[in-house]
Design a protein around this ligand. Structure first.
Ligand code: C5P
Length: 292
């Protein structure tokens, strides 16, 4: 029986800047993305026929082809082979609709599993191209590590890794739909932009404090008063408990903080968990050899 299991690390955006609207309905972005140790576990198994997705603790949206199935279909279309029967089993740990790329990470892990099982010679670039047909964050999730992501998110440049640190990811109890947030950005005054070049320099120098000083996400500028109140409260709590920097990830609403002292991070996580149940400790993940 052909079967393969891989981890699917979530991502955070150390910076997220929106450069403008495109004619294809997407936006041009400039962001620094970082894989983190909070992740799902994805197992792909060949079966006698059909496609099934089994996910403990997660109900895939009804009536829509899932990202996992679209990834598998895209993979076999690119190979020019009929798709065999497949079962995808997920152990879900990453909250959905959180700005952490959970669904994109699962789709990317399906692609990496399928390559290992059916086409080990397929270059990673091809896997990233198939990933882009599934979603803008999937190419980064195929590659992992620390990257500058431009274009829709698929033009990737490897960066020096984020120095070792402890991360807290904290998701308040509301969802922010990505397309709506992008729509709010159009015509809005986004004010000061995150300094992506300064972050790249800080990463090259291996300077965690300087990197933490460069975090920023323009989506924070288009939150409603009510949404912004929670986001600001989580950032303030993280900074009060010793985070070197904090920002919202992706289109939110998860906020993350960077700590150089794990015991301060433990304490901060304990305090935040009292108010926000979906609070997680994590560390940055470097690009894995399996992703090559
Ligand atoms: O690519 P993906 O399907 O994940 O994107 C979800 C939505 O986010 C798109 O339909 C679009 O509204 C918005 N988006 C965007 N520009 C990007 C990526 C996403 O406008 N670069």
């Amino acid at each position: 029986m052909r079967t393969m299991t891989l981890e699917a690390p979530a991502k955070i955006n150390l910076t997220l800047d929106i450069l403008g609207c495109r004619t294809d309905g997407y936006h041009d972005l400039r962001m620094v993305m970082q894989s983190v140790s909070l992740g799902d576990t994805v197992t792909v198994t060949e079966t006698a026929g059909g496609f099934s997705l089994l996910a403990e603790g997660f109900t895939p949206p009804a009536g829509k082809t899932t990202l996992e199935q679209r990834a598998a279909e895209g993979f076999f279309r690119r190979l020019g082979h009929p798709m065999p029967g497949l079962e995808v089993r997920l152990i879900k740990r990453v909250p959905a609709y959180a700005g952490l790329g959970g669904g994109s990470a699962d789709a990317a892990a399906v692609l990496r599993c399928l390559r290992a099982l059916y086409a080990p010679e397929l270059p990673r670039e091809t896997l990233e191209e198939i990933g882009l047909t599934v979603g803008s964050d999937v190419p980064f999730c195929v590659r992992g590590g620390t990257c500058l992501a431009e274009g829709r998110g698929e033009v990737l440049t490897d960066l020096s890794p984020l120095p070792d640190c402890t991360l807290i990811l904290c998701k308040p109890d509301f969802d922010l739909p990505t397309p709506e947030l992008f729509a709010r950005v159009d015509g809005a005054d986004l004010g000061d932009r995150p300094d992506t070049a300064a972050l790249e320099r800080a990463l090259r120098a291996g300077d965690l404090s300087a990197a933490a000083g460069c975090l920023g996400n323009v989506f924070e500028r288009v939150l409603t008063e009510e949404e912004g109140t929670d986001i600001r409260a989580i950032k303030a709590a993280l900074l009060d408990h010793g985070a070197l920097g904090a920002a919202m990830s992706g289109s939110g609403p998860t906020v993350f903080g960077l700590f150089d002292d794990p015991s301060k991070a433990d304490r901060a996580a304990e305090v935040l968990k009292g108010r926000y149940r979906q609070t997680y400790l994590a560390v940055p993940v470097k690009r894995s050899r399996a992703a090559e």
